[in-house]
Structure formats: C-alpha cells, structure tokens
Design a protein around this ligand. Structure first.
Ligand code: M7G
Length: 331
C-alpha cells in the first residue's frame, strides 16, 4: 500500500512510553541544553495546541502526524491509537457501553465505548520542532540513491556535518539526564559499552511490538560509513549483551529479534535497533535496515567494507541531500 510505504519513509517517532498521560521531555536550551524538564504526569500541555497542518494521516494504522504551535513554538504531535491487549479483554467486554448500529440476520454492528483507560492514544510531542522535523513527518515521494564511498566523502559527509538533527537527547540518555529510569541494561565501558533502553516508538505495553535502542558510549561514530574492523568488539558486545538483556527482561530469545542499523540514520551517533521479528517496525525494510550480524561479517571479511562499498538508501523528495546528489549528477 502506497500509504504504508510513505509511512515508512516519513519514518516515525511512534510514541512515548506513557499511554494514559501526555508527557513531554524537552531539552532546556537556557540551561545549556543538557537538563531536562518534566511536567506533572497529568498536566495537559496540549490543551493550547493550535493545529497548522496534518503532515501525514495513516487511517489503517490509526496514526496521524500534526504540525502546529504550542505556546508560540513550532511543534509536531504524533497521535497513534494503541493496540487492543489480550489481558484487557475481560474488562473491555464487561465495563464498556455498547450502542447498536445495525442488525441483519446473524450479523450485528455496534459502537463500543470503552472505559477511558482502555481507550488511549499514544502521544508524542516534539517541541520546539525544527524545519527538519516537520519535513521528516510530512508524507513524501521518495527516491533510491546510490552512494559510492567517494560520494559519501564529497556529497553526504559535508551535508550531514552541517545539517543533521541535534544529538542532545542521546547525550541526555548517556549522561542519565533523561530516561535514566527506563534503562534496561548498561555496559559502562567507554570503548565497547552502550545503554539499552526502550525506543520512543514503543509504549512497552506488549512485547509484540518490542522496540529497544542500544546507544554506544563512544561519541565519534556517526553511521555505518564510520565503521571499520576496529569497532568489531563494540558491535559484537552490543549484539551479545543486548540479546542477553532482552532475554532476561522480556523472555524473548535472539531468534525472535531483528537487530539492525539504519543507513541513513536520522541521528548520527552509533545506535542499534532491536525490534521483535514479525513486527513491521517503521524503517525495517531492506532499503534502510542493515542487520548487525551482516555488518559484523562484512567487517570481518573486509575491514574497510563500509568505507568503500556502494550503499543504497531512500531519500524523500524534499530532502536537501537529494538535491545535493542531483546537483552532483548522481541521480
Ligand atoms: P535513526 O535510525 O537515527 O532514525 O533512529 P529514525 O528516527 O529515522 O529511525 C533513531 C531512533 O531513536 C528512532 O527509532 C527513534 O524512535 C528513537 N528516538 C528518537 N528520539 C528523539 C528518542 C528519544 O528521545 N528517546 C528514545 N528512547 N528514543 C528516541
């Protein structure tokens, strides 16, 4: 479905881990950008949200990306209805209001009005949102780009050095200034260590859509292109200890996990995605996801594999990097 493809391209922040409350985690620029403010759990910071535009709307996924203003700041709000959980069925059937819409022979249709706590919308707020965030969530046609090692040096690298999204949220996690209570596992070693925690997209209500992120402590690895055989101990450590931690915490073996890196990522600090096999996570398609096991093997057989290989990835029509490839006659 074109819609679904567009959704993958728009990629996604899916939602935060709170479902019966809206919570915003915001870097405080005035305090050096590192500190994080939290408002009280039930405060409705969205009551004054003014919608400017629906950026994308995926009716089937019950997911909408909205651009607007929050207290005079640009903001993106992502609303996603949460899946029906098996463990809530008894309460859903016994505690809801049921309104008959039609009956015909053996068929009948109702509107079920569930108790409010079983009828939640996962809500993610990006505020202040940059122009880049707004573009990221706008549904767009995309194009597959072919990037040689030289293209990376001459086109992509100069672009990402001045254009990429802020990594403040990553540093907040590594420095325990945000989401410290969510950490599932940490190896504190500065060379091979990492923090494993739930991705923003996962509400942690069910393992069916498990999504965790392993963020390396090393700060000088931007993407797949920076990896050489030197980073093999780090990558092997993330793979092995990440899988062990997920088995221990969620009782999910490695054979049930899809462990991969994105190229291009949105955030140029080495991180690895751990999602449940069978869950169609945004960005897990072959044009963007590189299995960590393949990455390890490729570096074992050629230490400079990712410096020299041509890599393919999709770019959205309005992505400036796409214009750079066009200007260089590479598309
Ligand atoms: P990516 O491959 O750089 O790009 O992945 P993508 O966002 O286009 O997939 C970054 C991952 O970090 C995504 O899966 C995001 O959902 C996740 N993420 C982004 N932010 C801003 C946060 C955050 O503040 N906390 C957590 N836990 N995850 C985040």
């Amino acid at each position: 479905m074109a819609d679904t493809a567009a959704k993958r391209e728009a990629d996604s922040v899916g939602g935060d881990e709170l479902s019966h409350k809206v919570k915003k985690v915001k870097a405080d620029d005035e305090n050096g950008g590192g500190d994080v403010k939290k408002e009280s759990e039930y405060e409705n910071i969205l009551s004054g949200f003014k919608t400017s535009k629906v950026l994308s709307d995926y009716a089937r996924e019950k997911l909408m990306f909205i651009h607007g203003k929050l207290a005079d700041q640009e903001a993106v709000v992502i609303l996603e209805k949460t899946p029906i959980r098996e463990d809530t069925l008894d309460e859903l059937f016994s505690g809801s209001r049921l309104k008959l819409e039609m009956r015909n022979d053996i068929y009948s249709k109702y509107r079920l009005q569930a108790p409010s706590h079983l009828n939640e919308i996962k809500t993610t707020v990006v505020c202040p949102a940059t122009e880049k965030h707004i573009k990221k969530y706008q549904s767009q046609e995309s194009f597959l780009v072919e990037e040689t090692g030289e293209d990376f040096q001459s086109i992509t690298l100069p672009y990402i050095q001045k254009q990429s999204l802020s990594l403040q949220w990553v540093y907040n996690i590594l420095e325990k200034k945000a989401e410290a209570d969510k950490i599932v596992y940490e190896d504190p070693d500065p060379e091979v260590g990492f923090v494993l925690l739930p991705d923003l997209k996962w509400d942690q209500k069910q393992v069916d859509d498990l999504y965790l992120l392993a963020i390396a402590h090393q700060r000088d690895i931007g993407s797949l292109r920076d990896l050489t055989s030197e980073q093999l101990p780090l990558l092997q450590n993330i793979l092995q200890k990440g899988k062990e931690a997920i088995l221990q915490r969620y009782n999910l073996p490695g054979s049930k996990l899809r462990v991969y890196l994105h190229y291009q990522p949105s955030y140029y600090h080495l991180h690895v995605h751990f999602t449940k096999l069978g869950y169609d996570a945004p960005g897990c398609g072959v044009e963007r996801a590189h299995l960590l096991t393949d990455v390890i093997q490729n570096l074992q057989s050629d230490p400079l594999y990712y410096k020299t290989r041509t890599l393919y990835f999709p770019l959205r029509a309005d992505d400036e990097l796409l214009s750079k490839f066009k200007e260089a006659g590479r598309l």
